[in-house]
Ligand binder design. Structure first.
Ligand code: SF4
Length: 386
């Protein structure tokens, strides 16, 4: 009797949309050290910020959904109790803030996220922290260049929030400011029932500066890919993604003055308050009376409009985003192959470096030995090679 031969073992590498795709595009070398090499960050403030606010929002929504609490706003003491618990949970994984001022700011933003954003966002939520996955064939052009025997790869992601909206059946949604902003930004009228995916970003709203790396396009790919993977699980139309820039809920003093500068210059790249509005007046005329005075918060409507960016979803843009994902996975695989082949300077020569985004370099542990750190802002002595 002929016995069948066991087929060769096929590896199916997994690529996450945030950790892998965004990490590599931010800087290949940093991605190699932190994600592939698992090198822990020496100052995980950014990691703490993102995880802390995400976790506070998730826990607060869970308590409301289970009927333990009403729709926010809630008393500060209730929020402090939730925030302390999340802090202890993160500390157990050695994710700490280490900086008192940053911790105070993080807590202020988490409070605003629950007590100001929560009342308009939580009633729309259908599911939180939705895991999505799908497999994609590796492009033929890439297969020739890589060393691993791979035919396909797995794409993974976690959608922060899926909202399920029945526009005309739910009277509670009438007058919902967040929903109004979403519907306003859609290119055509939405169907009666639809889904919107929401992704929280622990960052300020990027300006529309074509010269700098704003990551706007990259986040658009992320949302479209989420929409594609979510579309495999639901019968409803996923018509938009909403990026929530959480820093806009409580901007820093630096952000306030940057906005004032843009307002004076009437910049078209920055979302500004309406001319003649009370927000514009505050922005242009506020003066500190004492040292250390913090600028006032502008109206919630304006902060919400800056915090929200709506990305309409359509099939063309989904296909473009999937192609961009394939291309990036191909580039990562090529770097892995190059590193395996290289004989000297394996890491530095095999992974691309991206020093065009200053905040990323500033927070990077590799900056002490990275030849590209400061390449844009610091002139080098002519004739001296790094
Ligand atoms: S310093 Fe900047 S360019 Fe160098 S590895 Fe870090 S992020 Fe990349």
């Amino acid at each position: 009797m002929p016995l069948s031969v066991r087929p060769p073992i096929q590896a199916l590498p997994s690529y996450s949309l945030t950790s892998d795709l965004l990490g590599f595009l931010r800087c290949g070398l940093q991605y190699r050290y932190t994600r592939i090499g698992n090198l822990p960050s020496s100052h995980p403030v950014q990691l703490w910020f993102g995880q802390f606010i995400h976790a506070v929002l998730e826990e607060s929504y869970r308590q409301m959904k289970e009927g333990k609490k009403p729709v926010p706003p809630w008393p500060q003491a209730d929020l402090v109790e939730i925030m302390d618990r999340i802090d202890r949970r993160l500390a157990a994984r050695n994710i700490r803030c280490w900086n008192k001022d940053s911790e105070v700011l993080g807590r202020a933003r988490a409070t605003a996220a629950v007590n100001e954003l929560g009342p308009v966002l939580f009633p729309l939520i259908n599911q939180a922290e939705v895991r999505v996955r799908g497999a994609r064939p590796l492009p033929d052009a890439v297969k020739k260049l890589i060393s691993r025997d791979i035919e396909r790869y797995e794409m993974l992601g976690v959608i922060d929030v899926v909202t399920e909206i029945e526009l005309f059946k739910n009277p509670k949604l009438r007058g919902n400011k967040l929903l109004e902003l979403v519907v306003e930004d859609l290119p055509k009228a939405p169907p009666p029932e639809f889904e919107v995916i929401v992704d929280y970003k622990g960052m300020k709203r990027p300006d529309l500066d074509p010269k700098g790396t704003s990551f706007k396009e990259i986040y658009d790919w992320q949302v479209h890919t989420y929409a594609h993977l979510r579309g495999l699980l639901t019968t409803k139309d996923v018509i938009a993604g909403v990026l929530v820039y959480l820093n806009e809920l409580v901007p820093t003093k630096t952000d306030f003055f940057a906005l004032r500068k843009a307002c004076k210059a009437r910049s078209r790249d920055v979302l500004l308050p309406k001319p003649g509005s009370a927000d514009e007046d505050t922005l242009l005329n506020w003066k500190a009376k004492h040292d250390g005075d913090e600028p006032p918060l502008l109206s919630f409507d304006f902060r919400l409009s800056r915090a929200i960016r709506v990305v309409p979803i359509n099939e063309d843009s989904i296909q473009k985003s999937l192609a961009a994902f394939d291309k990036t996975v191909g580039e990562i695989e090529v770097c892995i192959a190059n590193e395996a082949k290289a004989t000297t300077k394996k890491l530095m020569s095999s992974w691309p470096r991206n020093s065009s985004h200053e905040p990323t370099c500033e927070a990077c542990d590799s900056k002490t030995y990275c030849p590209d750190y400061g390449a844009i802002t610091c002139p080098r002595v002519p004739g001296v090679k790094p």
